[in-house]
Structures are given as structure tokens and as C-alpha cells.
Design a protein around this ligand. Structure first.
Ligand SMILES: [Zn+2]
Ligand SMILES: [Zn+2]
Length: 749
């Protein structure tokens, strides 16, 4: 017997071993961890196959050292999903299996462990009963939180409270940790019980129809597009379907674009289902991640809410998947293992035989096309009765109206009016920093990044020039490097818009939300809190504003620059612009007050903007799909992008030309084969386009270029890549060459 082991290395292969001599008789199931010798190291891999023979000569085969588990560390569906994903995305299988596990489990920590369950002591209850003193409100809050439940894990406590407060309670004898042995796979202990609290909202007809249809399909694979504007009640549909899935003993997986930006959603889940909700995101420490993973794997956690990588969480009783804001670009990983969590959710649901709900106010064109073709069921949720009317949208022609630092007169007047009427205002600009360039009026010199074909962005508060492409920083020059004259900041970033608004509306407190203000832990929450409490009257921000916040008092949204997306080279740029405009507009006038949206543009007659404003997102999407069909872009074609970068630009170019030539040879032989079978028409020819330079042709001192692989048939793309990539891998390239393959890229760049 030969063991096939997936090891976390960049090599696209599995490694063969003999079973450990002591354990040779009794082989565990696939999916367990196994310790193996690897060169001079000992590494932990995943057992992914057991075969009779190896291509490695018997004398060279080594024995594995030890099996580390008796049962698999993945549920069976996820185990197969990972194998499928490694093949589909053509990524090294060992890295794919490793990516699905918390680091401590990759390092060999046990799958189950005893966990601490905190509960109040008698002294703690007495302390709580004492008349409240003003001292230590956090400790009191923790006391009463613990009093409300019989016990809580350390992870549950520290998600809400500081660890230090828990330790203080312990030191004072008010709370004690009891050790409880976490049970193994499938045996839910008492922590797994979930209390479902009835929802506050009665369902509309459309909501209950969606709930009923999905519930009727609960024990089989199906995909449901839940298409509803912000405020139409998508979350309530998720909650009710999840409650039913839980009632049947199942687990539910809920994917969201970004946890920090959607605290309201997580709160709603916690309020509805006390106990059994685990949250997984990139801000967790590895031990928090491991605890959540263990809770999911053991069945103790019944609902997992997480970002992209949570799609791989081991959930043996998975009964339902929800992908909220399914159009969001963050579901695609942009480096390393370039998977789409949205697409893998659909594959996982298929494997598990359960429904998946894709929710959005602005579904991706792919999803709309799948719904139009009948592959996905489509449920439309109209605006809830009693909710605010959709906001009034208008275009401001920047050619006719003078702008003060990017703000046109009509926009300024509208801001003034809405503030005077007591409303809040959102100003959206998808560009952070103070000004996107520093310009010399006398010789036209522009501060460049020394390492990229890009300009440096001025960050005035930090007094730095920063490159948004490579992260390089430089001091702000006082005079032109070329002619010695004074320099001017040109164009607007959020920092400069903030400054302008503070000057124009000195009495309106302002908050800014972008990557610069949100970098500190907890900073996002405090900005959101200032808007909710009404303390901030104006909110300036980037893309981060578009993600599902509920701001009931916002009555005006100003989009400063719609033109960034109108003429971008990427085929998805207009789709993204329409989604952004629609999503930002959805923040306005959500309750009692009617909303207004103003879009500033140099091109008010542009058909995309006209259509979006006059007829809405769905009408825009229909015409955008028509354009894609004519141009042969996805979803009417299948793409893969071979990206490469190197310091030697000529070497990079000849490498990509050689790779393309190998592809053309494969294509010719495939064409001959299929001609002989007379199936050429059905087979979908593969086109190899390029090499083409990337939009930023040099970044961080590396030249960047790509080859685009395009076909109409998914299987022929897969067949081509499977034959071509090993040849590309064997090809010699310039020194320091890095390359990657991106199947279903979001951007062709
Ligand atoms: Zn100059
Ligand atoms: Zn740079």
C-alpha cells in the first residue's frame, strides 16, 4: 500500500510514502494528518489517497512517521471540494489543503481539546445583585452577560469583552473556568443547543414566498438568487430559512464580504440565535480561529458567519449556505490560491446536497445570467411597504458647474439644505489620500513612484507621498525636482474632500471612512458609531461605505466622481460602477425621510449612467449582458490569465512569448485530434492572447505582463490548462521570475 500525501509546498503534486511501520495494518480514512520526512525536515501533510503502486522506485520510497488523527480533519464534502478546487484553479494541492486549516492544526495541535467554560460563582451573583456603582462598568457588563447564560467559552467571552476583565473576575472569585472535554465529530454536546428567538418582522408576501420555496428544497441542491434592494428584508429571509435548517439538526454557513463592516448583521444573528454562532474572519488570532474551527467541526457551532476563507470550514452537518452581497469582489482571493468563495459555495452546496442562497441588491452579471437561464431560482424582493421611496437620483454636469475642490455648486447647495433639514450626508469618492498627484505648474513634472509606473499620492496629514501600488513612501518635496518651482496638489482624495467640507460646513461634524482611517483595530466601529449616534453629520468615504450599513438618518448621497469607472479598460469596470452607485444610493433615505442621490460626472449623456438612473440596475444589467455577449466576454466565455513579473522586461517578454508558443502547439494538435473526431465545433477552440503589459506595467521594480486564455467551453479550458501549465512550469524564465495562473479572473490585468 502506498500513501499519497498532500504537503504544503508550491509543488503541483502529491508525495508517495509507505505507511508508518507500526501502523501499516490499520490505515486511517483519507483526510487525516500524517507526519512525514521531507528532505531534512519533518512535515505534516494530509492523506489524500491510498494506492497499490507508486511511480517512485521502491528503494527511494520513505515511510511516513505517524498518523496524527483517527478521523479526517475535514468533513467529507469539504475534503472533496478542496481536491476539486486544486484541480479547477490549478493550484498546488498541498497549499490548498493547508489553506483550509487554522495554523495550529497545520502544526499538529489536536483536533479536539478540553475547553474552558466560564460561569458565575455565588460571589459573582451577589456582586451583581449589589446596587450598581459607577466603577468598572465593563466588569459589571460582563457579570450580567455571564449571568444571562449558564456558561460561555473563553472565545465567546473575548469576542465581546476584554480578556483582562475576565481575568479580574476570576481573580476576585466572581467567575470560574470549568474544564469540559470538547466532543469529537458529530456528537453535539449541550453547547450545540440553539435558542431561536422569534423575529420582530412579519414577512411580506414576497419574503414568505422566497422562504417557502427554499424550505421546500431544503434537502436537495438548489441555487437561489435573492434579489432585493437594501432594506427589502433579505436578512429576515436568511434568518427564517436558517432557523428551519437548524431545527432539523443542521448547520448553516453564512458568508459576508467583510465582518468589520457588517457588525449589524452579526448582531442580528446573535440576537436571533443565542449560542452556537461562531464568527470567522481575518482579524482573529490563530487560537481564536482554531477554537471557531473546532466548534464548527464538532457541530457545537451551528452557524458559522465568516469572510471568504470560511467557505472551507469543516461543517459535518451543513444544511444551508448563504452568500450575502454575492457580487462583492472580496469573495475572490487575489493572490496565491485564487479561488472564488462565491463559486465554491455553489460547488460545496452541490456536493452536500443542500440549498445555497446568493443575496444581493446588485447581483453579478454571471448570477443574473444563470438565473435567466433557469439554473438558479430567482426571488425578487420589492421594497418593503412603509419603507422610504427609492431615492431620487440626478446627474450633475461638471462641465456646466464650477467645482470647488471637486464639489459642484448644486452639490454644495444640496448638502447645505439637507444638513439644515436635520439629515445626514454621505460624500463618496473612491480615492483615498489628499491628492492623487503633486504637480509642477511651470514644467508639468509630476511626483512619480521610483519603483512603479505610477504617481505618488499626497497624504497631507501624514506628510508623506505614498504609492498605492507598491506601498513606497517618500517625504513631500517642497519644490519641483526638475525646475525648482513650487508644487501644487492636483485632484481630490478623501482627505482633501474632508478638508474642503470642514471649511464649507464648519458646524457639521464630519467622519471619514477609508483604509487610512480604518487601519487601527476598532476604528471602523467608532466611525460607524459616530454616524449612528448622529454625532457625525457628514460621512466621507471610499468603497468601504458601500457594504451594507444601515444609516437611517442619511438623506443625501453625493458621488463625487462617477467617471473613474466609465472609461476604464477592464470589461467589468462598468458593472462595478453600476453596483457601487446603486449600493451607495441604497444608503440614502431608508426610513421616514425621502432620499436624494447626486452623481457628478463630465459625461451626463453616457448611456450607462442614463439607463441606470432612468431604469435602475436590472435594466442596466440586461444591456451590459448584451454587450458582453457581443464582445464574447464572461459569462459568454471562460477566461484564465497567466500573470508574470520580473525585473528584466525583455526576459519577461520572451518568457511569455515562449509560453504562448507552447500553447499554440498544443492548440494545433488538439485541433487535429478533434478534426479527426469531427467534433471541432462542439469542442470550443482555445484562444491565447498576448503577451500584453499590465495597466501598471512596472510595479515595485518588477515589469508585469500577462497572457489571456479564452474559450467558450469550460471543459476545454480545463483540458488546455492541464496540459499547458506543466510545460509552462518547466520553461526557463528570467532571473527572479514570478508567475501565477488565475482561473475566472475578476480583472484582466
Ligand atoms: Zn517643474
Ligand atoms: Zn510604487
Amino acid at each position: 500500500m502506498i500513501l499519497q500525501v498532500a504537503i504544503d509546498t508550491p509543488l503541483r503534486q502529491v508525495f508517495d510514502y509507505l505507511p508508518p511501520s507500526a501502523q501499516a495494518q490499520d490505515l486511517p480514512p483519507l483526510g487525516v494528518r500524517v507526519l512525514v520526512p521531507f528532505g531534512r525536515q519533518r512535515l505534516i501533510g494530509i492523506l489524500v489517497g491510498i494506492v497499490a503502486e507508486s511511480a517512485v522506485p521502491a528503494a527511494k520510497l520513505k515511510s511516513a512517521l505517524e498518523f496524527m488523527d483517527e478521523s479526517p480533519v475535514y468533513d467529507p464534502v469539504t475534503f472533496e471540494l478542496l481536491r476539486w478546487a486544486a484541480e479547477y484553479y490549478h493550484h498546488p494541492i498541498g497549499e490548498v489543503y493547508a489553506a483550509a486549516l487554522p495554523v495550529s492544526l497545520r502544526d499538529g495541535q489536536p483536533v479536539s481539546a478540553s475547553i474552558e467554560l466560564w460561569s458565575l460563582t455565588e460571589a459573582g451573583s451577589e456582586e451583581l445583585a449589589r446596587p450598581s456603582s459607577r466603577r468598572a462598568p465593563q466588569q459589571r457588563a460582563l457579570l450580567s452577560w455571564l449571568a444571562e447564560r449558564s456558561s460561555a467559552t473563553t472565545a465567546q467571552v473575548t469576542e465581546i469583552f476584554k480578556r483582562a476583565h475576565l481575568k479580574t473576575l476570576e481573580a476576585r472569585g466572581w467567575a470560574v473556568p470549568n474544564l469540559s472535554h470538547s466532543t469529537g465529530l458529530g456528537l453535539a454536546d449541550d453547547l450545540g443547543t440553539v435558542e431561536v428567538h422569534p423575529g420582530g418582522l412579519a414577512l411580506t408576501g414576497a419574503q414568505s414566498q422566497a422562504v417557502e420555496t427554499i424550505l421546500a428544497a431544503l434537502s436537495a441542491f438548489s441555487v437561489h438568487l435573492l434579489y432585493g434592494v437594501t432594506g427589502s428584508g433579505k436578512t429576515e429571509v436568511y434568518l427564517q430559512v436558517i432557523a428551519a435548517a437548524l431545527a432539523q439538526g443542521g448547520q448553516a454557513l453564512v458568508l459576508v464580504p467583510e465582518i468589520a463592516l457588517t457588525p449589524q448583521l452579526v448582531d442580528r444573528f446573535r440576537r436571533r440565535f443565542s449560542g452556537g454562532v461562531a464568527v470567522v474572519h481575518s482579524g482573529l488570532t490563530d487560537s481564536e480561529r482554531r477554537d471557531a474551527w473546532r466548534a464548527a467541526h464538532s457541530g457545537r457551532a451551528r452557524i458559522i458567519i465568516g469572510t471568504r476563507s470560511a467557505v472551507f470550514t469543516s461543517m459535518p452537518k451543513l444544511a444551508l449556505i448563504v452568500v450575502d452581497e454575492e457580487h462583492d469582489a472580496s469573495y475572490k482571493q487575489h493572490e496565491g490560491f485564487r479561488y472564488s468563495a462565491r463559486d465554491l459555495s455553489v460547488m460545496r452546496a452541490r456536493g452536500a446536497g443542500v440549498p445555497v442562497i446568493l443575496g444581493s441588491a446588485t447581483p453579478s452579471l454571471e448570477t443574473l445570467e444563470n438565473a435567466a437561464g433557469g439554473r438558479y431560482a430567482k426571488h425578487i424582493l420589492p421594497q418593503r411597504p412603509g419603507a422610504a421611496q427609492p431615492p431620487r437620483m440626478s446627474l450633475v454636469d461638471l462641465r456646466r458647474h464650477a467645482a470647488d475642490q471637486g464639489l459642484s455648486t448644486p452639490a454644495m447647495q444640496a448638502i447645505d439644505q439637507h444638513l439644515k433639514a436635520g439629515g445626514q450626508v454621505i460624500v463618496f469618492l473612491n480615492r483615498r489620500g489628499y491628492a492623487p498627484s503633486l504637480f509642477c505648474n511651470s514644467c508639468s513634472w509630476v511626483a512619480p513612484c521610483a519603483h512603479c509606473d505610477a504617481r505618488m499620492t499626497l497624504h497631507r496629514r501624514a506628510l508623506k507621498l505614498r504609492c498605492h501600488h507598491c506601498g513606497a513612501q517618500a517625504p513631500v518635496p517642497t519644490i519641483c525636482a526638475s525646475c525648482g518651482q513650487a508644487l501644487l496638489p492636483v485632484g481630490q482624495g478623501t482627505e482633501r474632500v474632508e478638508e474642503t467640507l470642514m471649511r464649507l460646513f464648519p458646524d457639521a461634524p464630519l467622519a471619514r471612512l477609508d483604509r487610512d482611517t480604518a487601519s487601527a483595530r476598532g476604528a471602523i466601529q467608532s466611525v460607524l458609531e459616530r454616524v449612528h449616534s448622529g454625532d457625525a453629520r457628514i460621512l466621507v468615504g471610499t468603497q468601504m461605505l458601500t457594504k451594507g450599513h444601515h444609516f437611517p438618518e442619511v438623506t443625501l448621497v453625493v458621488i463625487l466622481d462617477a467617471d473613474q469607472g466609465l472609461f476604464a479598460s477592464d470589461f467589468r469596470a462598468t458593472e462595478r460602477l453600476a453596483q457601487t452607485i446603486t449600493q451607495v444610493a441604497g444608503r440614502a433615505g431608508r426610513e421616514a425621510r425621502p432620499g436624494e442621490v447626486m452623481i457628478q460626472t463630465q459625461f451626463p449623456e453616457h448611456p450607462l449612467l442614463q439607463r441606470l438612473i432612468a431604469e435602475g440596475y436590472e435594466s442596466f444589467a440586461a444591456s451590459a449582458l448584451e454587450e458582453r455577449r457581443e464582445a464574447g466576454w464572461p459569462p459568454y466565455s471562460r477566461l484564465a490569465l497567466l500573470r508574470a513579473e520580473a525585473k528584466d522586461s525583455a526576459g519577461l517578454d520572451s518568457y511569455l512569448r515562449a509560453a504562448a508558443a507552447l500553447g499554440h502547439v498544443l492548440n494545433d494538435s488538439a485541433a487535429k485530434e478533434s478534426a479527426s473526431k469531427e467534433s471541432a465545433a462542439k469542442d470550443g477552440a482555445v484562444k491565447i492572447l498576448g503577451p500584453a503589459a499590465a495597466l501598471i506595467a512596472r510595479r515595485a521594480d518588477h515589469f508585469r505582463a500577462h497572457l489571456l486564455i479564452e474559450t467558450t467551453v469550460r471543459s476545454s479550458l480545463q483540458r488546455f490548462l492541464a496540459r499547458w501549465l506543466p510545460q509552462v512550469e518547466a520553461l526557463a524564465g528570467p532571473k527572479g521570475l514570478r508567475w501565477s495562473i488565475d482561473v475566472d479572473p475578476l480583472e484582466v490585468d
